[in-house]
Write a protein that binds this ligand. Structure first.
Ligand code: SF4
Length: 499
């Protein structure tokens, strides 16, 4: 149900802000439901700007799943830029969803996706602008349930006072379950006489993957790190495990009708998740821990989903998404099939996460004929000996030969991701980053007759205490393109044990 008065007011203000199209909704494939026809409404809140949020594949996945259920209306909200935030505050307007201009406080559930730690304070901004009490303890049953998922939820204590429930693992199963449970318990007449915390205790007490910090008491070491976490009541889980999809991964419907933004976004393309998890276990990598086990989609499912998405969006690029795309078991067959189907349509295939191994040398030939976007590789460090220490089993020679083949086959740009600040890092490791970039650029000159563009993105993802957080790629790209108001923290856990 559209909140027309709020939409009209916002529309009058939009000429005063940059990129107004990000605040008005109505994009191709967005789903607008009549709230009177559904049993509950939830808002997927991305605690960063619209352009970054709309580039996040997980948002499109959950948006599709929840809207496919006729019982729910699932809408979206993002952190406004500072200019629009100031206008909302000046005119005393609430933050709203893009589909119906519904203020966040009027949803039944608001789910935040924490993709990186620098967005933590944006979550507080959104709660505040959305007129939802900041602290969990100040909310009543009339307020929405505030849940958080994503990699940032692995490190929940930072946001513990503000979030009702953290969820680790796959959202495809946990979000529908939580929505249903919350709505049924809150709608139960007995709930009227119950306190909000009793309802939340009943929810988390029926799962193994939901963590409600209000029922746990952290014990700290002298340096402020966590020594143990104690339960304050016995009917909530003692151990929190990741929620894993139980059905066949291939059967989970892909979002083939994704919302197409009006404004340009960093990932302005179709994304097809071909595989979840990674067969490798690099020492610093959070993703390989939290995305286990390894699950794959079949070649035909991927091709059909890509074709459907192409018809529903008109995008001219398809990204085959996974943590390590070249480790997909039927990689050659997949690339050949995609090539057969999409080359005649002039659609570019991009392979965003390639492992630098022997296979990289043959990859450029496989995708010959397709329009070339930049090659993105993650050597992580510049020297083989340091790479052995972080258990990343790749060699510089493979990287250089892979780039040589890529240049021969038409690539002109290479983007390299590095980690800096690793325990035991030496100056030669840092100098090596520059040497590596120069060497690759020189290979480009040798092959193509002119230097190629090499972009190096470095990020500090590790701390001295040997606690490792997410890949630099995530941290660095967020820092490079997103708004960042908070300081970074660390995280690494597939489950938490409490005592
Ligand atoms: S860094 Fe990449 S290859 Fe290594 S475990 Fe993580 S996702 Fe896999």
């Amino acid at each position: 149900m559209l909140n027309q008065p709020l939409k009209d007011t916002v529309t009058r203000l939009l000429p005063q802000v940059q990129t107004p199209a990000q605040y008005i909704g109505g994009e191709l494939n967005c789903v607008v439901k009549d709230h009177r026809q559904v049993q509950g409404k939830l808002c997927l809140a991305f605690p960063d700007t619209y352009t970054l949020g709309m580039s996040h594949h997980g948002l499109q996945v959950l948006y599709t799943i929840m809207n496919n259920d006729p019982r729910w209306a699932c809408e979206r909200a993002f952190t406004p830029w500072l200019d629009f935030e100031a206008l909302l505050r000046k005119h005393n307007l609430p933050l709203y969803s893009l589909e119906t201009f519904t203020p966040l406080r009027d949803f039944d559930l608001v789910g935040f996706s924490l993709q990186y730690e620098v967005c933590y304070t944006n979550l507080l901004t959104m709660l505040d602008l959305g007129r939802i009490p900041l602290h969990s303890k100040d909310r009543t049953l009339a307020d929405p349930l505030i849940i958080c998922g994503g990699p940032g939820a692995q490190n929940p204590e930072v946001l513990a006072p503000f979030v009702d429930i953290f969820v680790i693992g796959d959202g495809e199963e946990s979000l529908p379950w939580l929505m249903e449970k919350w709505m049924s318990l809150r709608g139960d007449k007995r709930a009227l006489s119950r306190k909000r915390e009793e309802v939340i205790a009943e929810i988390v007490g029926s799962t193994t993957w939901a963590y409600a910090p209000m029922f746990y008491d952290p014990e700290l070491h002298a340096d402020g790190t966590i020594a143990a976490i104690h339960r304050t009541r016995s009917d909530v889980p003692r151990e929190i495990l990741a929620c894993n999809i139980t059905q066949d991964f291939d059967d989970i419907k892909l979002p083939t009708r994704p919302v197409v933004p009006f404004v340009q976004t960093p990932h302005d393309r179709i994304a097809i998740e071909i595989m979840r998890g990674c067969p490798w276990q690099c020492r610093f990598c959070q993703s390989t821990v939290i995305k286990r086990p390894l699950r794959v989609r079949s070649v035909e499912t991927i091709v059909q989903a890509a074709l459907e998405s192409y018809r529903n969006t008109g995008h001219n690029e398809i990204s085959l998404l996974s943590l390590s795309t070249s480790d997909y078991p039927d990689f050659e067959e997949l690339v050949k099939r995609m090539h057969e189907v999409f080359n005649p349509l002039g659609v570019n295939i991009s392979l965003p996460s390639l492992r630098v191994n022997q296979q990289l040398r043959s990859l450029p030939k496989l995708v010959k004929g397709v329009r070339k976007s930049g090659l993105t590789l993650a050597p992580e460090v510049a020297r083989d000996d340091m790479r052995e220490q972080i258990r990343k089993k790749i060699k510089n020679d493979d990287l250089f030969e892979g780039c040589r083949e890529a240049f021969k086959n038409g690539w002109q740009r290479v983007k390299l991701y590095f980690l800096i600040g690793l325990p035991g890092e030496r100056s030669v490791d840092l100098d090596g980053i520059v040497d590596m970039a120069e060497h690759i650029s020189a290979i480009g000159k040798e092959v193509r007759g002119r230097y190629v563009e090499v972009t190096r993105i470095s990020g500090t993802a590790c701390r001295r205490a040997n606690i490792f957080s997410g890949p630099a790629s995530i941290c660095a790209s967020a820092a490079a393109t997103g708004r960042s108001r908070s300081s970074s923290t660390t995280s690494s856990a597939a489950c938490w044990k409490v005592f």
